[in-house]
Design a protein around this ligand. Structure first.
Ligand SMILES: [Zn+2]
Length: 441
């Protein structure tokens, strides 16, 4: 993940974005309005092939247009999406929306006037005509992307003292390592031989980083079991007892380190007012739908990095009594939980669109299942509305999540029984929530 220290200057991000837009307008002859309307979802659903990628546009400015990108063009847009757009998104003011658009200004709002963007780009590179600009303009491509694609024309402009997003390739490489060897609580670190076989030459650095990530995860794992429902600081003796049960041979956190890693529950979550707003409008920053094709269908991916414990979205649906939920057992979208006062409740997310958000697809119900490598978990919360508290279930990041990663949580049972046997699901999920931890490990 890109840290604040590695963030490129916003002027570089803007130039890079303008260059990407110009490529689509000039080289692919798309109307400026169609480029402005270009959706993240269309990008995520692109079809990759050996030669590049194919994007189908559905916006009113380009309905039905198919854009065929070369490998270089695809990796350039991917670099914008993964490393530049996500920074703009993180700068977005509360209450604003990216409207699912691909190209965002540095304030995280959709770019509107692409015509003036083109003019500014021309001014910057002093080209005579738009047609010539393409050939004449040096390509302001971040170093990470240039090295990734290898054969892009042009060099970064000499005026730019700091090539933007240099960290990109390193970050990507670590992501690849992490997906080859998932960091889980009980996994063994990969051996030198396994690393070499998977094509990772920098074994040592990633090995250490892997162990570091696992150590963090293990602290969280123990804390999740040691901390009570109210989130109070656990007792050292409890932590020691839980730690003693684990058979981890090496990379063991000490009980004292685990105590230090504890955080009061409030500091971990997003500002409560913003959360209420997001729940009400069902607008969640940094998420997009992606079609994973036959068999799996729609899922949700991150379009900005999320930190461990950050709120992702809620499990939105009709809140009913558990008894009513039991009567609706044929639904695959029931979520049973125990409310603060002890009452058994159920969220039914079957209806799509829901009665309260007509015309919208809801993220929460689209999160797919993973038992072996989940990165999100469900958490029961009480939201304090002006007219009184209401129970809700939210998803939080189980670990740091990178741009482009699919959000996955452990339903507690297999997808099949999630769809077919609500009773088994409800028992497992009640267990999960009452334990205050996921069953993923
Ligand atoms: Zn709704």
């Amino acid at each position: 993940m890109m840290s604040a220290g590695q963030t490129p200057p916003s002027s570089d991000i803007t130039s890079f974005r303008r260059y990407c837009q110009a490529m689509l307008i000039l080289r692919h002859r798309l109307p400026a309005s169609a480029v402005a309307e270009f959706q993240v979802r269309e990008w995520l659903d692109r079809k990759l092939s050996g030669e590049g990628a194919i994007i189908r546009l559905a916006g009113p400015g380009a309905a039905g247009r198919v854009v065929t990108l070369s490998k270089e063009e695809e990796s350039m847009l991917d670099c914008y999406f993964s490393h530049a757009r996500s920074i703009s998104l993180q700068n977005q003011a509360p209450g604003k929306s990216d409207q699912g658009r691909f190209f965002l200004g540095t304030d995280g709002a959709p770019v509107i006037n692409l015509g003036s963007d083109l003019i500014r780009l021309r001014e910057k590179y002093s080209a005579q005509e738009p047609g010539e600009m393409e050939a004449a303009a040096p390509t302001p491509i971040p170093a990470a992307c240039a090295s990734a694609s290898g054969s892009l024309q042009g060099q970064p402009p000499a005026s730019s003292a700091t090539p933007p997003m240099q960290a990109g390739s390193r970050v990507r490489h670590w992501d690849a390592f992490r997906s080859a060897f998932p960091v889980t609580v009980h996994a063994e670190p990969p051996s030198r031989g396994q690393c070499a076989e998977a094509g990772f030459t920098q074994h040592r650095a990633y090995y250490l980083k892997w162990r570091e990530a696992q150590l963090r995860l293990r602290k969280v794992y123990i804390l999740e079991h040691a901390v009570g429902r109210r989130g109070d600081k656990p007792r050292l003796a409890t932590v020691q007892r839980l730690l003693a049960k684990e058979t981890w041979g090496s990379n063991r956190p000490t009980a004292e380190d685990i105590m230090k890693a504890w955080m009061p529950p409030q500091s971990a979550s997003r500002d409560e007012e913003a959360l209420l707003c997001s729940v009400k409008d069902q607008r969640w920053k940094g998420l997009a739908f992606k079609d994973f094709g036959e068999g799996k269908g729609l899922g949700v991916v991150a379009t900005m990095p999320f930190q461990h414990l950050q709120v992702l979205c809620d499990y939105h649906g009709e809140v009913i009594s558990a008894a009513e939920g039991n009567r609706r057992q044929q639904s695959g979208y029931l979520f049973f939980f125990r409310a603060e006062g002890g009452a058994r409740l159920c969220i039914d997310a079957t209806a799509s669109p829901c009665a309260c958000h007509q015309g919208m697809d809801i993220f929460g119900r689209r999160l797919n299942h993973s038992r072996s490598n989940p990165n999100a978990r469900a958490k029961k919360v009480t939201l304090r509305y002006p007219d009184g508290p209401k129970e809700a279930v939210i998803f939080v990041a189980l670990r740091d999540i990178s741009v482009g990663e699919e959000l996955l949580w452990d339903y507690g049972v297999t997808r099949q029984s999630f769809g077919g046997g609500g009773q088994r699901l409800s028992v497992a999920q009640q267990l999960m929530l009452s334990r205050g931890s996921s069953t993923s490990t």
